[in-house]
Design a protein around this ligand. Structure first.
Ligand code: G1P
Length: 284
């Protein structure tokens, strides 16, 4: 049994890059093929053996929690009409092992602050995953490899923090956390020397970007408690991870094997829909 039982999913962002879609609908509820983005992400956590989800949310986003809640009226209506397939579709959203808790982020002070809002829900020294829901991580077509599951395995074997990375073009490094490490082979990890949030291309230590999947020791929460604002004047998770390394804790970059779709902006979201819909057999 893995030590990593909880995944923190920050969902309090405004989703400005998806406007006007995301004005009244949380960006996490935007559909990708046949289900909302957040359902794909929760399925990824479940596939990795992580059953406890902590949503860090805010007002106006309760449809995310509703999506995973029972809907007795609808279930009764479907049952009375014998619509068993649709009932099974509903049941699959929240299998019995899935436990969802939500906490509020009272004001937007950055990703590090959002993650810290869930600190009190962790046990003493409990490691945790962080999953950023804008980016879908999917196995390659015709593969079932679970990159997040592999990170959990690597944590369990070593208790080295695991940060999922993929290579991006040099001109795009300013959008991401960029790690300083020798390039790991796909499906494997390599020790990191540092990580910087949104560097200028000329200052970037590599082209390996942080995708938004992390397995972290509890110590990161203690570091976040007094983490000063960094890039963009926000409290950055990246900065706390960098301090963790400065303390001598082993942090590794995990090179993913699958594919990413950045659904936080229109083009990436369209790409996810067209690619994944074709693979699911829809005739577009
Ligand atoms: C966040 C992280 C960044 C990471 C990125 C991945 O940035 O701070 O390190 O590379 O997610 O999407 P954001 O996109 O919230 O600005």
């Amino acid at each position: 049994m893995t030590q990593v039982r909880k995944a923190i999913i920050p969902v309090a962002g405004f989703g400005t890059r998806l406007l006007p879609i995301s004005k009244a609908i949380p960006k996490e509820m935007v559909p990708v093929v046949d289900r909302p983005l957040i359902q794909h992400v929760v399925e990824e956590a479940l596939a990795a053996g992580i059953n406890e989800i902590v949503l860090v949310t805010r007002s106006g986003k309760s449809s995310i929690e509703d999506h995973f809640d029972a809907h007795a009226e609808l279930e009764d209506a479907l049952a009375s009409k014998g619509k068993d397939e649709l009932l099974a579709t509903l049941a699959a959203i929240a299998p019995p092992e899935l436990k969802i808790t939500s906490v509020r982020q009272p004001n937007a002070q950055g990703l590090g602050h959002a993650v810290y809002c869930a600190a009190h829900l962790l046990g003493q020294d409990e490691p945790f995953a962080v999953i950023l829901p804008d980016v879908l991580v999917k196995p390659q077509a015709n593969s079932s490899t679970c990159d997040l599951g592999r990170m959990v395995e690597l944590w369990d074997a070593s208790t080295a923090a695991q940060i999922m990375v993929e290579a991006v073009p040099q001109e795009d490094v300013y959008r991401y956390g960029i790690v300083d490490c020798d390039e790991p082979s796909a499906g494997e990890s390599a020790d990191m020397r540092g990580v910087v949030e949104k560097p200028k291309p000329e200052d970037a230590p590599s082209r390996l970007s942080v995708i938004g999947r992390y397995i972290l020791p509890y110590r990161v929460m203690e570091l976040l408690r007094d983490q000063p604002p960094g890039a963009g004047n926000e409290i950055q998770l990246t900065d706390a991870i960098d301090r963790l390394m400065q303390e001598g804790k082993q942090v590794q970059a995990f090179r993913m094997q699958g594919r990413t779709f950045d659904c936080g902006h229109i083009e990436g979201w369209l790409q996810a829909n067209t690619t994944l819909a074709r693979e699911a057999g829809y005739d577009l």
